[in-house]
Design a protein. Structure first.
Length: 273
């Protein structure tokens, strides 16, 4: 300590300190410059590959959807053989299949779903569910739900109870798409408050996927979680489920608090006017 104090008082530390600081600054600047250049080059490369692969993928999916080309023939194509294990190609193919599936239904949608399974893209999405990164899990959940992979419902249901808000909403929306009302009945036992934003997303998911079978929504009114009961009332009101009026009437009489009593009465008034 005495030696350091002497260096400080005599000012002999100034020059070495400035030299080291300048060297560190220059090194950091060079590192950031190389990082930016590398990132830019990767972006340019990816865009070039996207354009190159896009032509091949468009032809491939056109043949799958409109020419009934079986996967056994696709796998024999030299262009597909060379790229079928390329990570970027597979990711871009999945993205293209998902986007195309959103625009078709019926037999065309089923052809895309079959290709999704046969090509192993489904397994790629399943692997994403095991990722520690919540955004990767969200992507996997969205892909599997869009392609109607019902066997992953129980796995996605676990993610719907996650603390991460985006992951939770993504999983709940996927559950609704896959199993309709069954995708939210578990919320009856939900221990945490469901905020307004999540409720809005759940209602939007019901409207978007045009869920025909609403059997079981009334179970939400029996929850001990006030926010879950409020969600049930909002669903009944927004979807105009007049067949649920008896359950709302019962809640209006037996509501555990004034807030839910007034909410139930308001829904009753709108449904019976």
């Amino acid at each position: 300590m005495k030696h350091l104090w002497e260096l400080y008082t005599h000012g002999t530390w100034n020059e070495p300190f400035l030299i080291v600081s300048i060297c560190l600054f220059v090194a950091a600047s060079v590192f950031l410059y190389l990082l930016i250049i590398g990132s830019r080059n990767n972006h340019i490369k990816n865009e070039r590959l996207r354009a190159e692969y896009g032509i091949l993928i468009d032809k491939l999916l056109f043949a799958v959807v409109f020419e009934d080309l079986p996967f056994s023939d696709i796998i024999q194509k030299e262009s597909y053989k060379m790229l079928k294990d390329n990570r970027f190609f597979r990711e871009f193919t999945t993205e293209s299949v998902i986007n195309l599936h959103k625009n078709y239904d019926g037999v065309y949608a089923r052809k895309l779903e079959q290709f999704y399974k046969d090509s192993g893209l489904k397994n790629d999405s399943l692997k994403k569910l095991k990722s520690l990164k919540w955004d990767v899990r969200c992507k996997g959940i969205t892909e599997l739900a869009e392609m109607n992979v019902h066997e992953v419902f129980d796995t996605i249901l676990i993610s719907s109870k996650a603390r991460n808000k985006t992951l939770q909403i993504t999983a709940i929306n996927a559950c609704i798409k896959l199993e309709g009302t069954k995708g939210i009945i578990h919320l009856t036992e939900h221990p945490y408050p469901i905020d307004d934003w999540t409720q809005v997303n759940i209602i939007a998911a019901f409207k978007k996927h045009d869920i025909g079978d609403t059997q079981g929504i009334e179970e939400l009114l029996e929850s001990k979680n006030t926010t879950v009961v409020a969600l049930g009332l909002k669903l009944i009101k927004e979807l105009k489920l007049t067949q649920k009026v008896p359950f709302v009437e019962q809640l209006a009489v037996q509501a555990p608090n004034t807030f839910l009593k007034y909410e139930a009465q308001s829904v009753l008034q709108q449904l019976t006017d």
